[in-house]
Design a protein around this ligand. Structure first.
Ligand code: SF4
Ligand code: MG
Length: 327
């Protein structure tokens, strides 16, 4: 597969009165054409910051302090605002947790869709409206031909998120960044929306970065998964492998939080403790205060995520596998 997106050693920092807080450190990953990469981790891990860096919507005073982001081989992390805005509509679509973030309450969904379409595609108003109706139909909105003239507040939460998906896909972008797209929705419709997102992106050949705290969603949807902890990627690999044999104890902990359908429990295993705050990231492996396998080395030296096939996790438990080459 050809790489569509390449994130190389991304660093994001927030200046604060007590010094600079490092929010993302050396985050590197790729997304191939048509691939769905899941990015998972608890709140505060850096998932949304990674997504915001890619779409050029990092909230100030946060700033990219190192590394680069390439889309189709071209750097997009250092573009002027105007150029980035064009890329955002045309080449990268965004879907956020709250559909109302993406929709303007003062315009009908049809006006918003056709506006996006004519801005980015060589279509007339009339053609754009037809495409808008097709898009709404493809997202499963009933009576799309009438509902296209309704305002966002006329739609339920789930229907609104369908409109947002249609809007994100309107200009046929190459990449969709979806940040917790179903978290704000009723549990009963979450699976439908994720399924819709997956089906539509696959049929358009769009790549997806799917940000979620829910390992169950990743299992159902993604091709590969990046697990984030305290501003770094701690495990990265094909979903099937990571789920069957999680290498990082944090990933194993997240796996334990997938609800079992045939059991009457929400969470089987809880990871004790919580994600460290940015100003208090522990030395060595940031996960060591919560890990049940902590060794002396873990508190001193930080394990790296090696791209070598030997290990896909940043954890000393797997160190032997990549350090036993003859001296
Ligand atoms: Fe646990 Fe050590 Fe691995 Fe960190 S490096 S996850 S503390 S075993
Ligand atoms: Mg978030």
């Amino acid at each position: 597969m050809t790489e569509l997106l390449e994130v190389r050693n991304l660093n994001v920092e927030f200046p604060s009165r007590r010094g600079t807080l490092k929010a993302l450190q050396d985050v590197s990953f790729t997304i191939a054409q048509g691939e769905i990469l899941g990015v998972v981790g608890e709140s505060g891990a850096g998932k949304s910051l990674t997504g915001a860096s890619i779409i050029g919507l990092l909230d100030p005073p946060g700033r990219i302090s190192g590394g680069e982001i390439l889309l189709d081989g071209k750097r997009i992390d250092n573009l002027p605002d105007g150029q980035m805005r064009r890329i955002r509509g045309r080449e990268i679509g965004a879907i956020f947790q709250d559909p109302l973030t993406s929709l303007n309450p003062l315009y009908t969904v049809g006006q918003q869709l056709t506006e996006t379409i004519v801005t980015h595609l060589p279509l007339s108003q009339k053609q754009a409206r037809e495409r808008a109706i097709e898009l709404l139909e493809s997202t499963g909105i009933p009576a799309a031909r009438e509902r296209i003239d309704h305002y966002p507040h006329h739609f339920s939460g789930g229907m609104r998120q369908r409109v947002v998906i249609a809007l994100a896909l309107a200009a046929q972008p190459k990449l969709i960044v979806a940040d917790e797209p179903t978290t704000a929705l009723d549990v009963s419709i979450q699976a439908q929306i994720i399924d819709l997102l997956k089906t539509l992106c696959k049929s358009q050949g769009a790549s997806v970065m799917l940000i979620t705290h829910d390992m169950g969603v990743i299992a159902e949807t993604a091709d590969r998964v990046a697990v984030m902890y305290a501003g770094r990627i701690v495990e990265l690999g094909p979903v099937a492998d990571v789920i069957r044999h999680p290498q990082h104890p944090y990933t194993a902990g997240l796996m334990g939080s997938i609800p079992m359908l045939d059991k009457n429990v929400e969470r089987l295993v809880q990871i004790d403790g919580s994600m460290p705050r940015l100003n208090a990231i522990p030395p060595g492996c940031a996960f060591h205060p919560r890990c049940t396998f902590t060794m002396p080395r873990c508190t001193q030296e930080r394990p790296e995520l090696l791209s070598a096939a030997a290990s896909r996790a940043a954890c000393w438990l797997h160190a032997q596998e990549h350090t036993h080459e003859p001296a």
